[in-house]
Design a protein around this ligand. Structure first.
Ligand code: MEV
Length: 382
């Protein structure tokens, strides 16, 4: 009986969110917080697919025959019919099997979109299986929970197709690109017009230089960067925020196009500093702190530009002000409008400072997590 595990990281966008939707450069990093998936084929005689996702209180068993009839019937649209038509068919299926919340609806749509699409493209024989998915990431907050979830599922079905054909999987760059592209199709369910940066960083891990469509350069072997992730606990919708900037830009292109260009320049500048840090020989404390100071300046500039685009929020502004009181810089990460900010910690920031700043933020009602950036991308364990 086939059994394996998959794990994919969450992400932070260090520089360039929103501008990346318009083809500008962005910089993203993987997080040490991950989504984990357990896969097992069920014994002969079982006639359902079982899904459990405790984070969204979802436990469901769906009859296998119903799945086959619905998706593999003569008149069923295939995934090759195009995203919209196929997604509508998946939506109809999920309406039929039922859900009790929006996160459950989105998760079930993502699950069946990927299962059926990958089984049609990669020729999987769908059998009774159990899939358990859990995550250390908070849902819909900007840490890439949906992308990391989609990457886990895409990798799971991609790997299963290979196991069925007795072909090995190496997770080399070509395979990672295929997985990431399956996950991107699925991200379109959640976000409408995603740039692809979230699924890319959750697949590749590390820190990446990214431009929609044409550029993906992983920066491997980066020195550990510590950050405080601060959850404003203000809910927001990525789709709505992306649309709000689209409206501003279409009304005032002469104002907002240069802002997006500036964000592009900030990202390019930041990349050269990150590469410089990577190449610094050990014990070059002065050069290291100079580079971190430059990164902090760029974070503040990027935050200001995002604020100009109406993408900040009073809670994010308050977090930036508190970080500044401690000589540090903060910036929103992801869609903005609430969600998360990150505070970059210097290699020399003392633990007492981290504790004191964290206590202040917690006292103001935020949630704080100390974590590292730049860990591994998607992984499979037998
Ligand atoms: C969301 O994590 C990042 C945005 O730039 C949207 C996208 O890139 O698709 C706001």
């Amino acid at each position: 009986m086939v059994e394996f595990k998959v794990s994919a990281p969450g992400k932070v966008i260090l520089f360039g969110e929103h501008a990346v939707v318009y083809g500008k450069t962005a910089v993203a990093a993987s997080l040490a917080l991950r989504t984990n998936l357990d896969f097992k084929e069920l014994p002969l005689g079982t006639d359902y697919i079982s899904i459990s996702m405790p984070k969204i209180s979802l436990t469901q068993q769906i009859p296998l025959q119903h799945i086959i009839d619905f998706f593999f019937g003569q008149s069923s649209p295939k995934s090759s019919a195009g995203h919209d038509e196929f997604h509508k068919h998946v939506q109809k299926f999920v309406e039929e099997i039922g859900f009790i919340s929006l996160p459950q609806k989105q998760a079930l749509e993502a699950f069946f979109y990927l299962l059926i699409n990958i089984s049609q493209v990669e020729s999987i024989t769908i059998k009774p299986i159990h899939i358990h998915l859990d995550t250390a990431l908070s849902i819909s907050s900007g840490l890439g929970s949906s992308a990391s979830f989609a990457v886990c599922l895409a990798t799971c079905f991609y790997h299963w197709s290979r196991v069925q054909r007795n072909v090995g999987i190496s997770l080399d760059e070509a395979q990672l690109r295929e997985i990431s592209s399956y996950a991107l199709d699925c991200e379109r369910i959640m976000h409408g017009t995603p740039s692809g940066i979230d699924n890319t960083i959750c697949t590749f891990g590390s820190i990446i230089e990214y431009r929609k469509g044409d550029l993906l350069v992983p920066i491997y072997g980066v020195k550990i960067m510590r950050v405080l992730l601060v959850d404003t606990r203000v809910p927001r919708s990525t789709k709505a925020l992306v649309e709000s900037l689209a409206q501003l830009r279409s009304k005032y292109p002469k104002i907002f196009d240069p802002v997006l260009e500036s964000i592009d320049s900030v990202s390019i500048e930041a990349l050269s500093i990150i590469r410089r840090i990577q190449e610094l020989p050990e014990a070059h404390d002065e050069l290291l702190s100079e580079a971190y100071n430059e990164l902090m300046t760029l974070m503040k500039v990027n935050q200001g530009l995002l604020d100009t685009c109406h993408l900040s929020h009073p809670s994010l502004d308050a977090i930036c002000a508190e970080a500044k009181n401690y000589g540090l810089a903060a910036k929103l990460t992801g869609a903005g409008g609430g969600g998360y900010a990150y505070i970059l910690l210097l290699p020399t920031t003392p633990n007492e400072v981290i504790s004191s700043l964290s206590r202040k933020l917690i006292a103001n009602g935020y949630l704080v997590t100390l974590t590292n950036l730049g860990g591994s991308g998607v992984e499979i364990y037998s």
